[in-house]
Write a protein that binds this ligand. Sequence first.
Ligand code: ZN
Ligand code: ZN
Length: 397
Amino acid sequence: MADDPHLLYDRISDEVRARADRLWATALALHADPETAFEEHRAARLLTGELEASGFQVDRGVAGMPTAFTARAGGGPGRCVALLLEYDALPGLGHACGHNLIAAAGLGAALALSAALGEGAGTVLAVGTPAEESGGGKVLEANAGVFGGVDAALMFHPGTRDWSYAPLTAHAQLRIGFHGRAAHPTGNPTEGIDALAALIQLFNTLAVLERRLPSGSHAQGIVTEGGRATNIVPEYAEGLFGLRGITTAAREELAALLEQAARGVAEATGTTVRIERAGVDYDHFLGNDVLAQRFARHIGGCGIALHEPEAGVYLGSSDIGNVSTLVPAIHPFVAITGPDASDHTPEFAAAAAAPGAREVMLAAATALACTAADILTSDDVAEQAWSFHRARAAADR
Ligand SMILES: [Zn+2]
Ligand SMILES: [Zn+2]
């Protein structure tokens, strides 16, 4: 490192503190004006305005999403660290996942880091990532190459626990449609081929298959089309199946199993079947221990102790999973409620605007910026993070 990192950490901490009121006002403004997936126009305007006012070079509408953006400060031949800002809310529940705090902390980290770093210390990239709850903005950004040339992607998520690492699972949706033949169920029943019966048969087959799935793998199906009238043998029936696995490979094994079952059912019932992916696939999260430990140490300095989740605990999925397959990434949880609460509830939404959340957001901003500084200023940290990432990604294949 060029100079004593503790001087840089102190500078970062001062820069966050100098912006504390403004960052908290940003978090509250987002909270008071929730916008759902892909509709976050005012949030994107607010955040890009703050970044632009501090000299960041803003690109709007990245990866084909009007509410996505990147904002860049610094540059030159050095490394590049991405700070990820989520800002979508939940329909009817507002900021019940606390993404207003993710945005404010990422913003604070980006502004404080770029103010504290000297010239030629690398690039600070704030990435506005829409639609985490539905649609997967980070997946579209990852596919569009937004993370090319990035050395790490950092974010925190408010939660009910203090966890250095997020055990996020892999998820995908399959739409399965059976085509049969319409007929009058009394007048000419032998002419009919009941597509709904085929779909129901697939649900029954799935119930049998589920008994032998590996732990953590499961499929939740719903009927999205099941016929139009009781005096017509259904000619078309369709189901939507949400597939989950602890790893992306496990999810794909489950998808293959379900596809095979659907084709078997079609053959047995004389229907034809069409299978397609619905929406974007979320990969499981590959945590980067090197950077997670750095973040934990930095936020420990702010008085928040993180620990690893208990073995065997798994959560839902997030689009950070797809980013984590490309570059070293962190997604720690920092509690804004007690452990008995749950996110996606009105209580969690209230906590995301309560005084305790202000302290968590500021601590997270400081720790994110210090972790980013480690990557930008230390060859050792950057190399260790990348070699951990490569080993973990290879073991995962
Ligand atoms: Zn959520
Ligand atoms: Zn969330």
